[in-house]
Design a protein around this ligand. Structure first.
Ligand SMILES: Cc1cc2nc3c(=O)[nH]c(=O)nc-3n(C[C@H](O)[C@H](O)[C@H](O)COP(=O)(O)OP(=O)(O)OC[C@H]3O[C@@H](n4cnc5c(N)ncnc54)[C@H](O)[C@@H]3O)c2cc1C
Length: 410
């Protein structure tokens, strides 16, 4: 707290034009900075998918909200996302059970399943056009879980009622053409255009009275008599009862990071080839490290990402774009020899990892009135939904039954 330059670390979040911005920027109403109110219930910092979900959830229960972003709306990591919406957490249930206890792992996985369902309902309720489609997900064996490991994972999932089944070699080949000895298939997933979703939620929140200010850099947050004073880099200020940092991989200064890491990841999208895709268009991912995840898009492209590396330096990341996209292309070709995997789009970005694969959501220790959402992991968007629900309840004075799983440690 108190650093004058900015309340969060700056980061070069992504390079290249992601598919979702190919047709230009999303339409989001932005207010004139001169109309910044003196007082508000909640200041949400960040207008990506997390800030958008928070703005929706908080205005829905009657809070007055401002959304503040140093970039234009939906211009951070959100457009880089491949936006597979999975309840399946990066850390397998059997592994998570060993890390945080079987009962806590059960609660985390079930909450994740509920979050995708709740998001699906919310998108339908608000009639947001964002190419949201329910999809099953196929989990291929790899160096993290081999076929025996997948079977153990399946037993643990089925024991707690998760909607997963085993596919044998023939079933997998029939569904996807992929030649592997077995895989898991789970219902309960979805895919979306993350920019259309975030922009749609921001528009709905704006219609309920939220004001979006961008670009405006939050320089400082400090306690005041009525809550928290949020000071912008240009000296403007707003007093809020609560502040929520939804700042993605630009981590708030003063927020403790335990087991969180910013790493790098790469993505490609092919040209549309709708008539050649696997018929069920399942989401596909590997129990491997580095992993590969694959989906299709509304216009019939193959979209894939992965090849993560353990560093966050943007120059180093960008220097590897050609090599990494060639590797992704080669791996895709191995799975789908008949598809054209030539990239029409390719981009690279920062990505977040946590020691458990779970997000951190909740009150920031020693920063009264401040909350943060670190939705790190391959399920960032699913976690944003969980975060919006948990923070909404918390600010309403209601205890969310799963909040204790995700709290920020001191
Ligand atoms: C390549 C890639 C693939 C991914 N694939 C998936 C996937 O398949 N499924 C999935 O669920 N998740 C995926 N993720 C993760 C997911 O995209 C992220 O979790 C999500 O986009 C983060 O959204 P956010 O709103 O928290 O952050 P952002 O979109 O980065 O928004 C945060 C905003 O905060 C603003 N900000 C920061 N500091 C300040 C400040 N001091 N003042 C004002 N504004 C500030 C920034 O300008 C930024 O716009 C992927 C991510 C990447 C990069």
């Amino acid at each position: 707290m108190g650093q004058r330059s900015s309340a969060t670390h700056h980061r070069d979040l992504r390079t290249g034009i992601p598919l979702w911005l190919a047709n230009g920027r999303p339409r989001v109403p932005v207010s004139n900075p001169d109309s910044l109110p003196k007082r508000v219930d909640v200041a949400v910092i960040g207008s990506g998918i997390t800030g958008a979900m928070l703005a929706d959830a908080l205005t829905a229960v009657g809070f007055s909200v401002v959304v503040l972003d140093r970039r234009l709306p939906c211009s951070g990591s959100t457009p880089a996302s491949t936006a597979l919406l999975q309840f399946e957490i990066d850390t397998p249930l059997i592994v998570l059970g060993r890390k945080i206890g079987v009962e806590n792992a059960r609660r985390a996985w079930l909450r994740s399943l509920k979050a995708v369902d709740d998001l699906s309902r919310r998108v339908a309720e608000l009639r947001i056009e964002c190419d949201f489609k329910r999809r099953s997900a196929i989990y291929l064996p790899g160096n993290v879980l081999d076929v025996a490991g997948l079977k153990s994972e399946l037993a643990a999932r089925q024991k707690i009622g998760l909607p997963s089944e085993l596919l044998d070699r023939d079933e997998l080949r029939r569904l996807t053409g992929i030649a592997k000895p077995a895989a898991l298939i789970s219902t309960g997933g979805a895919e979306v255009d993350p920019v259309k979703l975030a922009a749609g939620l921001l528009r709905r929140a704006s219609a309920r009275g939220a004001s979006i200010f961008a670009p405006i850099d939050v320089a400082d947050v400090a306690p005041c008599r009525t809550g928290v004073t949020v000071t912008m880099a240009d000296g403007r200020g707003v007093d809020a009862r609560f502040v929520v940092f939804a700042t993605g991989y630009e981590v708030p200064k003063g927020v403790p990071l335990t087991g969180h890491k910013i790493i790098s990841t790469w993505t490609i999208a092919t040209a549309p080839q709708p008539d050649r895709l696997w018929p069920g268009r399942e989401l596909i991912w590997e129990a491997a490290d580095p992993y590969l995840y694959i989906r299709t898009t509304a216009d019939g492209r193959v979209l894939a990402g992965g090849e993560d590396e353990d560093f966050s330096d943007a120059d180093q990341r960008d220097a590897l774009i050609a090599t990494k996209t060639a590797t992704l292309q080669r791996k895709l070709k191995r799975l789908f020899p008949d598809l054209d995997m030539t990239p029409e789009y390719r981009w690279a970005g920062s990505f977040g990892e946590s020691a458990t694969g779970l997000p951190s959501i909740g009150a920031v220790p020693r920063m009264k009135g401040c909350y943060a959402v670190l939705g790190y992991g391959g399920n960032g968007i699913t976690f944003s939904m969980m975060a919006a629900q948990i923070i909404q309840r918390t600010l309403c004075g209601i205890t969310d039954p799963d909040a204790d799983l995700f709290g920020l440690s001191a």
